[in-house]
Design a protein around this ligand. Structure first.
Ligand code: F3S
Length: 77
């Protein structure tokens, strides 16, 4: 299982992640990315069929802001 969230502190709103994984990532009013699965909390399991898109997004982010884990995040970001 995979979980994901965006570190908005380092996201530069480049827009690559939403292109790679539109069913996982969208942008807020400032253009910063966020996971739409669970309000960017990283606690909702990513559907298996979306894992490849997730990997593409993770690899494509120039600032490594796409966080991926096999455990849920309990972040306060
Ligand atoms: Fe931000 Fe990286 Fe996406 S910089 S917009 S999280 S590809």
């Amino acid at each position: 299982a995979k979980y994901t969230m965006v570190d908005k502190e380092t996201c530069i709103a480049c827009g690559a992640c939403g292109a790679a994984a539109p069913e996982i990532f969208d942008y807020d009013d400032e253009g910063l990315a966020e996971s739409i699965l669970d309000g960017n909390k990283g606690v909702e399991q990513v559907d298996e069929e979306l894992e490849e898109d997730l990997l593409d997004a993770e690899e494509g982010c120039p600032t490594e802001s796409i966080k991926v884990s096999t455990e849920p995040f309990y972040s306060t970001v």
